[in-house]
Ligand binder design. Structure first.
Ligand code: NDP
Length: 237
């Protein structure tokens, strides 16, 4: 069944990759809610202030989105942070914050969305991981561990929800130009690009195009997949 005007939720949809995804889906007729903490999203998106590491705030988020635009049919778990340091210099707080935001909170959000999708017997769950999960990345042990965890989460959930018409997939971006990567040192940036066959960073809109496909009716036979949007960085891993 082709669905129009779907109820979409994008976490961290007020800027960067999340905003590009939210605007792309909204431009194609979906009703799109986004979470934000620091700054509200631009007009055309339903913004809900929510820190996804707070369980009560996430419960309220789903209540608000349901009232505003109906039960969530497409979830894009995009919000994420970095706290980079070599492991021996990494604090417990660096580890906890990254695991809380990039893994535990995703499980929480996915659980709420799954419950709504099960009732509808249709849904698209899309998790934003990272090529770091596959290639490894010095200085990002916390981040890579959390992002690799999303793959296990997606693939286990694909088994649980597949019989109910719900797909669970992962996008795995390489180096994308956003606030997150703006302060990378020149050397680090060149290191990434030297391992990227296309030889340039990606644009948030290019990640959005992959998410649009995974969210579409045409992707109905795709689940448990990891779709790299990385210019070839880490291909074949
Ligand atoms: P940005 O730093 O530009 O944006 C991060 C987004 O996550 C913001 O919207 C931010 O909200 C939100 N966020 C962070 N923590 C929380 C929280 N606790 N609760 C709610 N929202 C939160 O990052 P990108 O757009 O670059 O990254 C988006 C996703 O893509 C992340 O998961 C990232 O790990 C992943 N990714 C990015 C790559 C890149 O090269 N840029 C490469 C591979 C993966 P707020 O504005 O309120 O802070």
């Amino acid at each position: 069944m082709t669905r129009t005007g779907r109820s979409v939720l994008v976490t961290g949809g007020n800027r960067g990759i999340g905003l590009a995804i939210a605007q792309d889906l909204a431009a194609r007729g979906d009703r799109v809610a986004v979470t934000y903490r620091t700054a509200a999203p631009p007009p055309g998106l339903y913004g809900v202030a929510c820190d996804i590491t707070e369980p009560d705030a996430v419960a309220r988020l789903f209540e608000k989105v349901t009232v505003e635009q109906g039960p969530v049919e497409v979830l894009v778990a995009n919000a994420g942070i970095v706290r980079d340091a070599l492991l021996l210099s990494m604090t417990d707080q660096d580890v906890d914050e990254v695991l809380d935001t990039n893994l535990r909170a995703v499980i929480r959000v996915v659980k709420h969305a799954s419950r709504q999708m099960l009732a509808e017997r249709w849904g698209r769950l899309i998790l934003v991981s990272s090529s770091a999960a596959f290639t490894g990345s010095p200085g990002q042990t916390n981040y890579a561990a959390a992002k690799a965890g999303l793959v296990g989460l997606a693939r286990s959930l694909a088994w649980e929800l597949g019989p109910r018409g719900i797909t669970v997939n992962v996008v795995s971006p390489g180096l994308i130009d956003t606030d997150m990567t703006r302060d990378l040192s020149k050397a680090r940036r060149e290191q990434f690009l030297s391992r990227t066959p296309l030889g340039r960073p990606g644009r948030a809109e290019e990640v959005a195009a992959a998410v649009r496909f995974l969210a579409s009716a045409e992707a109905g036979y795709l689940t448990g997949a990891v779709l790299p949007v990385s210019g070839g960085l880490g291909m074949g891993i």
